[in-house]
Every structure is written in structure tokens, then in C-alpha cells.
Design a protein around this ligand. Structure first.
Ligand code: PEP
Length: 249
């Protein structure tokens, strides 16, 4: 019922010269693979337009990594959802832990950004996840519930919202939670979404796992109940790795 989404987050990596990797992904996104999963790459905003042109008619969609909550105005250096849509993006990651940490973004900021993304007709990929200290203190479920209630717009639907569970301590570290911990968290996220979204939407909403997903661990993570895809950082920079992860669906 839920088509898996494999999304790549290039973070602050990637020049025009690196777009050959996205072209290689587009080439490798066979009809069989496209039937199994939706594929999305979120490169830096500077190359979205070119990446979009390189992937027209292929199985790779292009997204962005953040946006401003406002449509336009005096916000030097910021980029609006409308601008990203204009450049060719069909999805925007919001609330990534690096944004929450580096830019002190709070749940309310993330919700406002998600609303801007949805208002533009794009998919909002809303990131949540606990720190190592919070998990060790037994607070992981409570922290993520609080983030969801603060970050997910109540008016959202499964068609325009994806939740990405990314434990902060697993991002870029090579560490991952146990499969049991991932499954427990994803089940709890779905339960929490039932209290936020309109009736029937939580069951249809995709919940991605993110944090050190690579070709060698993708199959077991993607096979877990309530894991509807992955948000992939480092391993999405190379076409071969990204396609191997997608192939593990
Ligand atoms: C991310 O940046 O969202 C991420 C999950 O990174 P990595 O896969 O490198 O841990």
C-alpha cells in the first residue's frame, strides 16, 4: 500500500561537475526499480535546476534540503519553497538535525517550513530523531513524539508528508540502532501520526529511516515493519551505492 521512497541528501556537497552521478542514477533507475520504489535526490540548491534538466523523464526526482517558511521578502540568503519549485524541486527536507543544531530550528519553525512546502504542492520530508543522551536516558520515544506533534502540520496528508526518523547519533557515524529499536520507533511514529493527521492518513504516510544506511545494511532495515524507505546521506553521493540501496527494497 505504501510505495517505498529512497531519498538521498547530498548536504553541502556537489558541484555541477558532480552531476554525472545523478545522471548515472537516472540511467540505473530501470523500469523494474521504479516500480518498486520512488527515488529522490536532494542536492544543494545551486544545482537543483541543472539536476532537474538532467533527469527529465527518468526515474529520479530532484528535491531540496531546506527552505524558508515565508514565500518572499527581506530574508537575505534564504530560499523559498516557491523558488525551489521554480528550479524543479518536487520535495523539500525540513527539520534535518543539522538544521536544528546549526541554525537552532525549533519544531514550530519546522512546521512552518513544512506548511510552505505543502502549500507549494511539494512533498515535505519532515525529520525527527533523538540524541544519544536522550536514547540512553530512555527518552527516545517521548522526544520523537514531541517533535512530531510540534513539526507535522495537522492539515497534511500522506500525499504531501513523509516522516524521516533519523537518530542524531546515527547520522554520518556508521552507527545504527538495533532493528528492534528502529521497528519500535517506526510503529510509535505511526501511532503518533494517527493523533495528528486526518483519519486514514497515518496508515498511508511513509516513514523513512535515516542514519548510516549503506548497501550492506539496507536490506535488513528496509524489511522492517513500518519502514517505508530510507533517507540516505553519505551513501547517496555515489550512484552505485544509491542504486544498491534502492535495489535492496
Ligand atoms: C542524513 O544526512 O540525513 C543521513 C542520514 O546521513 P548518513 O546517511 O550519512 O548517516
Amino acid at each position: 500500500m505504501r510505495k517505498p521512497l529512497i531519498a538521498g541528501n547530498w548536504k553541502m556537497n556537489g558541484l555541477r561537475a558532480d552531476l554525472g552521478e545523478i545522471q548515472a542514477m537516472a540511467k540505473g533507475a530501470t523500469v523494474a526499480l521504479r516500480r518498486k520504489a520512488d527515488l529522490l535526490i536532494c542536492p544543494p540548491a545551486t544545482v537543483i535546476s541543472k539536476a532537474t534538466m538532467n533527469t527529465i523523464g527518468t526515474g529520479i526526482a530532484i528535491g531540496a534540503q531546506d527552505c524558508h517558511a515565508k514565500a518572499s521578502g527581506a530574508h537575505t540568503g534564504d530560499v523559498s519553497a516557491a523558488m525551489l519549485f521554480d528550479a524543479g524541486a518536487t520535495a523539500v527536507i525540513v527539520g534535518h538535525s543539522e538544521r536544528r543544531t546549526d541554525h537552532a530550528e525549533k519544531d514550530a519553525d519546522v512546521k512552518a517550513k513544512a506548511e510552505a512546502v505543502i502549500g507549494q504542492g511539494m512533498l515535505a520530508i519532515i525529520c525527527v530523531g533523538e540524541t544519544r543522551a536522550e536514547r540512553e536516558a530512555g527518552k527516545a520515544l517521548a522526544v520523537v513524539r514531541r517533535q512530531l506533534r510540534g513539526s507535522v502540520p495537522a492539515g497534511g496528508s500522506a500525499a504531501d508528508i513523509v516522516v524521516a526518523y533519523e537518530p542524531v547519533w546515527a547520522i554520518g557515524t556508521g552507527l545504527t540502532p538495533t532493528n528492534a529499536d528502529i521497528a519500535e520507533m517506526h510503529a510509535d511514529i505511526r501511532k503518533t501520526l494517527k493523533g495528528i493527521l486526518a483519519k486514514g492518513e497515518a496508515e498511508k504516510c511513509r516513514i523513512l529511516y535515516g542514519g548510516s544506511v549503506k548497501p550492506s545494511n539496507a536490506a535488513e532495515i528496509l524489511a522492517l515493519d513500518d519502514v517505508d524507505g530510507a533517507l540516505v546521506g553519505g551513501a547517496s553521493l555515489k550512484a552505485a551505492d544509491f542504486l544498491a540501496i534502492a535495489g535492496a527494497v
